[in-house]
Design a protein around this ligand. Structure first.
Ligand code: AMP
Ligand code: ZN
Length: 465
């Protein structure tokens, strides 16, 4: 069966193929850098990472753009409260986001782009929308007239009879009951940052940022546009209106949306104050791989109910996978090959792949893997697992880990005194043999693992950093 995704636009599962050749052109909405990202945000970004990795697993190349929203209503408010310039304020949280993404092993998109570096392109697009008759001005701001775009509401399946046409909304975030003409360009307010552009002074609304940056890098029609479920309305609805009004072409073929991470039945959000950051969880002693596993293990179209029990269970699952890998790498198995196990390994891989092809059903994919783990462990205990079964089992784990990426521990395991002494002895031997490159490598390796060497007349001493 082919790779297929649930498309929010058609509300159907559809076979996926890129429009042109082998490259998937994808745009995903990135963070609004007014604070640290919380693990709800990271749920959506982990889904996007799994999506990326599965597309590549299936042989596609990626051309993926993710934006950093570094100007919007909230950022302006928070930076003013902190007494900092927009740039100073967002630099801190942009950097923090990049660090958190790296800690969680989220791949860098091919293009990571900042809204404030594309203001003039946004102004150009707003001017074009005005020339085509989709906008009107009021008090120095420019609004998109939703009644002028016949497809308005097609993504969120909005009931247009309830829309307040000819009334407008200035804020970037609002709900379906408030569907109105929205701001493309906001007139400068006293004390707020603004840019001088061909359409006058001001700053862009949130929605135009993504339309402009997506088409700037990927052309008028994207293969995939993705984000969290809360973005369907109004953000993505407005992106469609702006982009299709500009080009007359479909903006994105597939729209994928991740359901929210919730706590105690409520969505995790900074405004509600019920959030954890990755940093909070690391401080409580959890490994990033445990969180990555937890976030990836619940299929993205299901809500993820976060509990510390589920995080502990995720850590245990990662441990089991690592132990299995260690057995495969270190145990002696009887020679030959068990045909039954060869067949089981093949089935497990087929089950894993079929589940991932089915709209990234990660729960089913993991079930296929763990069923195999159980049987293979039992077979090892009984001496039925043969040396000839090792390679295929390791290959299965490698394929799993190319998507889930949890097998490698984040920090090297603590080093024992015997290991330290052995490495020092090796280094001394290398120095005697005048192999200084090797000696230096050993010193560096020890340093990486937290051990500092000091060469004295009495010999080499060490201490923990
Ligand atoms: P924001 O920084 O608010 O623009 O959000 C960044 C991303 O996180 C967007 O794709 C949101 O849809 C997503 N998001 C926000 N809250 C949650 C949540 N509780 N669970 C999952 N995704 C979320
Ligand atoms: Zn966006």
């Amino acid at each position: 069966m082919a790779l297929r995704f649930f498309n929010t636009l058609t509300r159907q599962i559809e076979d996926f193929q890129p429009l042109e050749g082998n490259t998937v052109r994808m745009y995903t909405c990135g963070p609004t850098v007014w604070n640290y990202v919380h693990i709800g945000n990271l749920r959506t970004f982990t889904f996007i990472d799994v999506l990326r990795r599965w597309l590549r697993y299936r042989g596609y190349r990626l051309d993926h753009v993710m934006n950093i929203t570094d100007v919007d209503d909230r950022i302006i408010k928070e930076s003013a409260a902190a007494g900092k310039s927009l740039g100073e304020y967002t630099a801190v949280y942009t950097q923090a986001f990049l660090e958190d993404a790296a800690t969680l092993r989220l791949e860098r998109p091919e293009h990571l782009v900042r809204a404030t570096e594309h203001i003039h392109q946004m102004a150009r697009d707003i001017r074009k929308l005005t020339e085509k008759g989709f906008t009107y001005s009021s008090g120095g701001s420019i609004y998109f007239r939703i009644a002028s775009f016949p497809g308005y509401g097609k993504l969120s399946h909005l009931d247009l009879s309830r829309v307040h046409s000819e009334s407008r909304i200035d804020s970037d975030r609002y709900d379906k009951d408030n569907a109105r003409d929205f701001a493309l360009w906001k007139a400068p307010k006293p004390g707020e940052p603004f840019w001088e552009t061909e359409i006058g002074p001001g700053r862009p609304g949130w929605h135009i940022e993504c339309s402009t940056m997506a088409m700037e890098y990927l052309g008028p029609t994207l293969d995939i546009h993705a984000g969290g479920i809360d973005l369907v309305f109004p953000h993505h609805e407005n992106e469609i209106a702006q982009s299709e009004a500009l080009t007359g072409k479909p903006f994105a073929r597939f729209w994928l949306h991740a359901e929210h991470l919730i706590v105690d039945g409520q969505t995790m959000s900074k405004s509600l104050g019920n959030f954890y950051t990755l940093r909070d969880l690391l401080a409580r002693g959890f490994a990033p791989e445990a969180l990555r596993y937890l976030l990836a293990s619940v299929p993205y179209r299901k809500q993820l109910n976060f509990t510390f029990d589920s995080l502990r269970a995720a850590a245990t699952a990662v441990e089991r996978l690592r132990n299995f890998k260690l057995r495969l790498e270190t145990e002696k198995f009887p020679p030959g090959e068990s045909g039954a196990l060869t067949e089981r390994t093949r089935q497990a891989l087929a089950g894993f792949e079929a589940a991932m092809d089915d709209d990234l059903n990660t729960a089913e994919a993991l079930a296929a893997l763990f069923e195999y783990l159980r049987e293979a462990n039992t077979a090892m205990d009984r001496g039925e697992f043969r040396a000839g079964n090792r390679a295929a089992a390791l290959d299965l784990l490698t394929r799993f880990d190319s998507v889930f990426d949890v097998l490698r521990p984040s920090q090297p395991p603590p080093i024992s005194e015997q290991e330290i002494e052995a490495l020092i002895a090796e280094r001394n031997a290398a120095r005697k043999a005048r192999d200084f490159a090797r000696a230096d490598r050993i010193r560096a390796e020890l340093f990486e693992r937290g051990i500092v060497l000091e060469d004295t007349r009495e010999g080499t001493r060490w201490k923990r950093r």
